[in-house]
Write a protein that binds this ligand. Structure first.
Ligand SMILES: CC(C)(COP(=O)(O)OP(=O)(O)OC[C@H]1O[C@@H](n2cnc3c(N)ncnc32)[C@H](O)[C@@H]1OP(=O)(O)O)[C@@H](O)C(=O)NCCC(=O)NCCS
Length: 175
């Protein structure tokens, strides 16, 4: 039996987890996930991104959720709450990442449930995310109750350089 723990990290804790978070992001990009970065993308390439996340956590602009299995972080998701003044009730869900060694265990569901709980705590009841069209993650958001807003063709690149469409989803949280 594995010990699964969900944590919301402070800035200091984020900095302490930088190598592990970098390994998770690198693993996902090298595995072909379109999450903002191009291949080749080793763990060292991922460190500056997580340093920026740590700063955003310290400024209360980002809520960083991680899932640990047996004491080691293997997955993460972020809630972006640095919205404009006319969107105090909205947040962006970003960078849902589970290391390839830990997939299929229900960890992304746990991460998304925690992200929603963190949104509720902050009065953020309208959530938005986007994901590469046709990739595995697209199907899972519908399983988690998200609604499809639409598709933008050629919105981004896959890590290998091909253009990819992006699907935008939203979810209204009940009170
Ligand atoms: C997408 C990702 C986060 C899923 O993580 P995971 O922990 O393996 O997912 P879970 O085990 O929690 O599965 C969640 C649900 O999706 C389903 N699912 C999982 N992988 C799937 C796949 N490849 N295709 C279709 N459904 C899938 C599961 O059956 C489960 O459904 P259920 O809870 O109703 O039974 C993971 O594959 C990943 O990190 N991919 C690379 C990064 C990425 O693409 N992130 C999304 C960015 S928008």
């Amino acid at each position: 039996m594995s010990d699964i723990l969900i944590r919301v990290l402070t800035e200091e804790e984020t900095r302490a987890e930088l190598p592990t978070l970098a390994e998770i992001l690198s693993d996902c990009v090298e595995g072909g996930a379109s999450v903002g970065f191009m291949q080749p993308f080793g763990p060292k390439d991922a460190v500056p991104f997580w340093e920026g996340v740590a700063v955003a956590v310290g400024r209360d602009e980002t809520v960083l959720v991680v899932v640990e299995v047996d004491g080691r972080a293997v997955g993460t998701v972020q809630l972006g709450v640095a919205t404009m003044p006319n969107q105090p009730h909205r947040a962006d869900v970003k960078k849902l990442l589970v290391h390839s060694n830990a997939r299929g265990l229900g960890l992304s569901r746990r991460l998304m449930e925690q992200a929603e709980a963190e949104a509720r705590k902050r009065g953020r009841r309208v959530l938005v995310l986007d994901t590469a069209t046709g990739e595995p993650a697209e199907a899972i958001y519908e399983r988690f109750g998200w609604l499809r807003a639409g598709v933008v063709p050629d919105y981004a690149l896959m890590p290998d350089g091909r253009y990819c469409a992006t699907t935008f989803f939203y979810k209204h949280l009940s009170a």
